[in-house]
Write a protein that binds this ligand. Structure first.
Ligand SMILES: [Zn+2]
Length: 366
């Protein structure tokens, strides 16, 4: 306990050192888009299809079909087939962290290794032992979106679209006043497209008892076309849900679909004056799962050690084109919140401790 408090102190000290020297004058990011894929393993992101799990009938219903779409002789071709945007545009122009086979380690710091503690760490900037369930309980900790919304020029400029009903509690909608649209929330009737999407979401099936990720995405995209928020957080959930259902086919297909939606949003925003070359994308997850080839791939939690292993990616005008990062220092989920603020030139300070921003990913002038 004492040791961890000491290292926290050091991190806070480092934070001050870094912030004093690195507030770049030539920062280009004016808009921020954060996207999370719940419980998507780094193993698929970097190694493509899991060859062992594909063979197991208890997990994969149509192995032949899945292999035809996503398998390849080389690991790199398989990951490219599942995540074409990540391994083309982001790998060329951005940064991808978390390939443990190449010495890039990213972990959660919370001991629980499931969603609410993970999102808390991600967006409030520290692992909080009190956050120990996935229940719909309002989060006592201030999150970085709430902080950003209070800064001059950001009032009503932050929006959140989420698949999971718990996200409004994680981001404490009651206190923060954040504009959050989650699960069964109606889409605002701001355009004919949003009205149509709202009709659709009331009629379609819910295969895993949450809003379809594609509806979450389309709601967010159409909202951006009408309202042009500076900050958007899109929270996908199907990857985790299908994994818990032990449906590896669907887990892979929905991960692929999420990559396509991210590509679509990038293209859509690059065609809009407000966003073109002024928008940073951050893509990550809340936790990992059991390891490659293991039955525990379907689950996660403190009893499954690999489920603390995560990944993350950055793309935007202030992110150096490093591609797949190798041999980087150990990074933690709790460093994301201060990093997100840093992209907008802000220092996320609040009434609880926050971990230091990631070195090297925030602004070109560093
Ligand atoms: Zn889960």
């Amino acid at each position: 306990m004492k040791k961890s408090q000491l290292s926290f102190g050091l991190l806070l000290l480092l934070s001050v050192v870094v912030s004093a020297s690195s507030f770049a004058q030539n920062r280009k990011t004016e808009n921020l888009v954060v996207i999370t894929l719940d419980g998507l393993r780094w193993q698929e992101v970097f190694q493509g299809l899991d060859k062992v799990i594909v063979k197991q009938e208890m997990f994969t219903k149509n192995a032949k079909g899945l292999r035809e779409s996503f398998a390849a002789d080389a690991t790199e071709s398989s990951r490219q087939k599942i995540f074409p945007f990540l391994w083309s545009t982001v790998a060329k122009e951005g940064q991808i962290y978390g390939n443990r086979l190449k010495g890039s380690l990213v972990n959660v710091k919370n001991k629980y290794q499931f969603s609410y503690p993970g999102y808390n760490e991600l967006f409030t900037g520290f692992p909080d032992v009190r956050i120990n369930s996935n229940d719909n309980i309002n989060n006592p900790n201030e999150n970085v979106f709430e902080f950003i919304q209070k800064q001059p020029g950001y009032e009503n400029e932050v929006a959140v679209f989420a698949t999971w009903e718990t996200m409004p509690y994680i981001l404490n909608r009651d206190r923060s006043g954040l504009n959050i649209n989650a699960d069964r929330d109606s889409f605002p009737a701001l355009s004919p497209e949003l009205k149509l999407l709202d009709d659709l979401q009331k009629l379609v099936t819910r295969p895993v008892e949450v809003r379809l990720d594609s509806l979450t995405y389309m709601g967010a995209r159409e909202y951006m076309k009408v309202k042009h928020p500076k900050v958007m957080y899109i929270s996908f959930g199907e990857t985790d849900e299908f994994a818990h259902e032990k449906e590896y086919d669907q887990y892979i297909k929905t991960a692929h679909s999420a990559d396509s939606m991210i590509a679509d949003l990038w293209t859509t925003l690059q065609a809009m004056e407000q966003y073109r070359d002024k928008t940073t994308f951050v893509i990550t997850c809340d936790h990992g799962r059991g390891g490659l080839g293991r039955d525990t791939w379907a689950e996660h939690g403190d009893e499954i050690p690999e489920s603390g292993q995560i990944w993350m990616a950055f793309l935007g005008p202030d992110t150096k084109a490093l591609g797949e990062v190798k041999n980087s220092p150990q990074l933690y989920q709790g460093q994301m919140a201060t990093t997100l603020a840093r992209f907008l030139g802000l220092e996320f300070k609040t009434n609880h401790p926050t971990m230091t921003p990631f070195p090297g990913v925030s602004v070109t002038a560093q």
